[in-house]
Design a protein around this ligand. Structure first.
Ligand code: DGL
Length: 265
């Protein structure tokens, strides 16, 4: 009998579910373990050394317990920092998510691109290097959002969040002449996996229309390429949801769509 591959998807909270749903759609044959490190959420509020010291040993424990074939670090705040450490420490493939600056700058017609991420992600040397290497002459505005990940987390858990609070985080992304569609931001990179959870709200509140870049489909393609051909005959394998705080998730009806219809154990 051939076993389905096990993919472990990791984030600080529920944001990585936006990556999970694309990976699940690309690879329904895999078994999924989603780990939310909610005991340490939000990562955007922690220093670089703290995140490395948290994630590298925690990943060792998770690999020891679940023996995944591949790990997706579905968190920009962690990926921009820990991927090289994880690859040095453990021998399985890691796929990360980092700000999609290269495709955004290639697409922008107005040459004005904003990158909306956590305060940690926009400060990273990794992010600055992406701008140096791939801005292609675009003006790139880095917007470090203190609260948007927590607002997304609250919204997904069914708590009301106010338009004013979301707009306060979003507004600095909109640069240039509001009246001139040729001289204002036309692309916003969603550089935190929590933000696509609020996409309807972002569209509603945006001062003018922009394209939002969500890297999840590209991550799913990369995962699928690394895993190789799908296992025929396996229509759908199971899924587990783990919170590092050990809280019971009680979110099944909300979570199920992200797991491609599976009810996570
Ligand atoms: N989802 C995470 C990211 O992509 C960050 C949220 C947090 O601050 O923990 O950056």
């Amino acid at each position: 009998m051939i076993n389905s591959p096990t993919i472990l998807v990791f984030d600080s909270g529920l944001g990585g579910l936006t990556v999970l749903r694309e990976v699940v759609a690309a690879r329904p044959d895999a078994h999924y373990i989603y780990v939310a490190d909610d005991a340490f959420f939000p990562y955007g509020h922690h220093g670089e050394d703290e995140i490395i010291a948290r994630v590298v040993p925690l990943m060792g424990e998770l690999i020891g317990t679940h023996d995944p074939d591949l790990v997706v670090i579905a968190c920009n705040t962690a990926s921009t920092l820990v991927l090289s450490h994880l690859r040095a420490a453990y021998s399985l493939p890691f796929v990360g998510t980092v700000p999609a600056i290269k495709p955004a700058c290639a697409l922008s017609k107005t040459r004005r691109v904003s990158v909306l991420g956590t305060k940690g992600t926009v400060k990273r040397e990794y992010t600055k290097a992406l701008i140096r290497d791939f801005a292609l002459g675009c003006e790139v505005t880095l917007v470090g959002s203190p609260e948007l990940a927590s607002l997304a987390e609250a919204a997904l858990s069914g708590h009301p969040i106010s338009d004013g609070d979301v707009l306060a985080e979003l507004a600095p992304c909109f640069v240039g002449d509001p009246q001139d569609a040729g001289a204002r931001t036309d692309i916003v990179v969603l550089a935190c996996t929590h933000y696509p959870l609020l996409l309807d709200r972002l569209n509603k509140l945006a001062p003018w229309p922009v394209d939002w870049i969500d890297p999840a489909p590209a991550i799913a393609r990369r995962v699928s390429d690394l895993l190789g051909a799908r296992i025929g005959g396996i229509a759908q394998s199971g899924a587990e949801m783990i919170f590092t705080s050990n809280r019971a998730h009680g979110l099944s009806a909300t979570l199920t769509p992200f797991f491609g219809g599976r009810v996570p154990a």
